[in-house]
Design a protein around this ligand. Structure first.
Ligand SMILES: Nc1nc2c(c(=O)[nH]1)N=C([C@H](O)[C@@H](O)CO)CN2
Length: 121
């Protein structure tokens, strides 16, 4: 399986468990590895046969702007489901950072994998 990469995607959203967090926007940073077979697109030089990383990035930014969640776990799970359902992505690894959450840490976050890695040749 090949991998389409989106690294360091900045998404501003309302996220957090505390009351003060529900009144502000905070930035999440997403790194995505999206499983795909890129050979048909490469053979035909055709965007329609691959994952359009620009369209996916735009959709995830829109998701963040239109949802208010508490846990980064929930955000990550919702994004993974969206990617699988709307873009038919068979396998993905999502790393989500909430950089400002713990001042003493460079970053905190979650990493999840969803789907079947060997679903494609
Ligand atoms: N595992 C998690 N721990 C914490 C989360 C979270 O989403 N997942 N969130 C918070 C607060 O919202 C925090 O980010 C405020 O600084 C605390 N722990």
């Amino acid at each position: 399986m090949d991998i389409i990469l989106i690294d360091g995607l900045a998404i501003d959203t309302t996220i957090g468990v505390y009351d003060w967090e529900k009144r502000i926007q905070q930035r999440l940073i997403l790194d995505l590895e999206l499983g795909w077979d890129i050979r048909p697109a490469a053979a035909d030089d055709d965007l329609n046969q691959t994952l359009n990383y620009a369209a996916i990035s735009e959709r995830l930014i829109e998701f963040g702007n239109s949802h208010r969640l508490e846990l980064i776990e929930t955000f990550a799970e919702r994004v993974a489901t969206l990617l699988q359902e709307e873009f038919s992505i068979p396998w993905l690894r999502l790393t989500l950072h909430k950089p400002g959450a713990v001042p003493e840490a460079r970053s905190v976050g979650v990493r999840i994998e969803r789907g079947q890695r060997n679903a494609l040749p």
